[in-house]
Design a protein around this ligand. Structure first.
Ligand SMILES: [Zn+2]
Length: 134
């Protein structure tokens, strides 16, 4: 499966990540099918945002509520890895529900997209997808 994101959205994410390299940034992906049509920027409410991320629960609830009222569908999450690669960490796998959601991960050098599934090939939770910047 290929996931499409516009170069404009990707540039916004990369700029935000580059601006705060000391913490993991995070937010939501909106869209349909394999297409990311919008993104949000959420507070990282993890206890140790240098190493983990947790999308602010209020942000998440508001996004799902808006989607139910006809707003854009939440299709996944994005977060950054200030240190390391754009591969999901074991902690990411521990926190991810196998619900088919997309996980876009940005490192300093790379951006990759994954899907959270049962029995994924990465930490038993993620399968790699192809990212197409359009
Ligand atoms: Zn991570």
């Amino acid at each position: 499966m290929t996931v499409e994101i516009s170069s404009l959205l990707l540039a916004k994410l990369q700029a935000a990540v580059a601006a705060t390299p000391e913490v993991e940034r995070c937010g939501l992906l909106f869209g349909a099918g394999g297409r990311v049509t919008d993104i949000s920027f959420a507070e990282n409410s993890a206890a140790h945002p240098q190493r983990h991320f947790e999308v602010d629960p209020a942000h998440l609830i508001a996004a799902y509520r808006a989607a139910r009222s006809g707003g854009p569908a939440v299709i996944g999450y994005w977060h950054s890895h200030p240190i390391g690669t754009a591969e999901p960490s074991p902690e990411d796998a521990r926190c991810a529900a196998p619900d088919g959601s997309l996980w876009l991960i940005l490192s300093a050098l790379d951006v990759r997209v994954w899907r959270a599934v049962d029995h994924g090939c990465v930490h038993g939770r993620f399968e790699p997808l192809t990212l197409a910047v359009v």
